[in-house]
Design a binder for this molecule. Structure first.
Ligand code: FES
Length: 160
C-alpha cells in the first residue's frame, strides 16, 4: 500500500474520531485529510482509511463517489465546478458551463491536456443567492455570467 497518513495527520484523525460516537462517522473528514496530504484520493488512500475506521473499502468508495467535491486522481490544478441546480439554472448556469467548456475545449468531468483545469457540473453549492455560482478548488466565484468566463480563466492561468 503506497498511502498512509503522516503522523501529524493521523494524530488529527485520531482526535477527530474521538468527537464521534462511532469512529466510522469520521469518514468524511478522513477523506479530506487524505486529500490534503496527497492532493487527491486514490484507491490506496481509501483502503488505508477503511482499515483505520473498521469499514470495508467498498463503503469508503461508496461515500467517496457520492460526493463530487473530493479530488480524484488526474484532477487538474483547478477543479472548476459549475452549479446546475434550479436557482443557478434559472440564472444561466448552462450558458456559463457551455462557455467554460468551449474556452477550455473539454467536456463534463474532463481535464485539459495541460492538467490545469477539470470541469464538472455539480448540485447546489449553497450559494443560491449569488447564482450563478462556480467553485474553483476551495473558492467561490459568484454572480457569474458567460461573458466573464474568459477573464476568470485568464486570471486562473496567471495564478491571480
Ligand atoms: S442553486 Fe446554485 S448555489 Fe444553490
Amino acid at each position: 500500500m503506497s498511502f498512509s497518513f503522516t503522523p501529524e495527520r493521523r494524530a488529527k484523525l485520531d482526535a477527530l474520531i474521538l468527537r464521534y460516537p462511532k469512529k466510522q462517522a469520521a469518514l468524511l473528514p478522513a477523506l479530506r485529510l487524505a486529500e490534503e496530504q496527497a492532493g487527491c484520493i486514490d484507491f490506496d488512500a481509501m483502503v488505508h482509511i477503511a482499515e483505520i475506521l473498521d469499514v470495508s473499502p467498498a463503503r469508503v468508495l461508496g461515500v467517496f463517489s457520492f460526493y463530487t467535491h473530493y479530488r480524484r486522481p488526474g484532477t487538474g490544478k483547478y477543479l472548476v465546478q459549475v452549479c446546475s441546480t434550479l436557482p443557478c439554472a434559472l440564472r444561466g448556469s448552462d450558458a456559463v458551463y457551455d462557455a467554460l467548456s468551449s474556452e477550455l475545449g473539454i467536456g463534463r468531468d474532463e481535464t485539459t491536456k495541460d492538467g490545469m483545469f477539470t470541469l464538472k457540473k455539480v448540485e447546489c453549492l449553497a450559494s443560491c443567492g449569488t447564482a450563478v455560482c462556480l467553485q474553483v478548488n476551495d473558492d467561490y466565484i459568484e454572480n457569474v455570467r458567460p461573458e466573464q468566463v474568459p477573464e476568470i480563466l485568464r486570471k486562473l492561468r496567471g495564478g491571480a
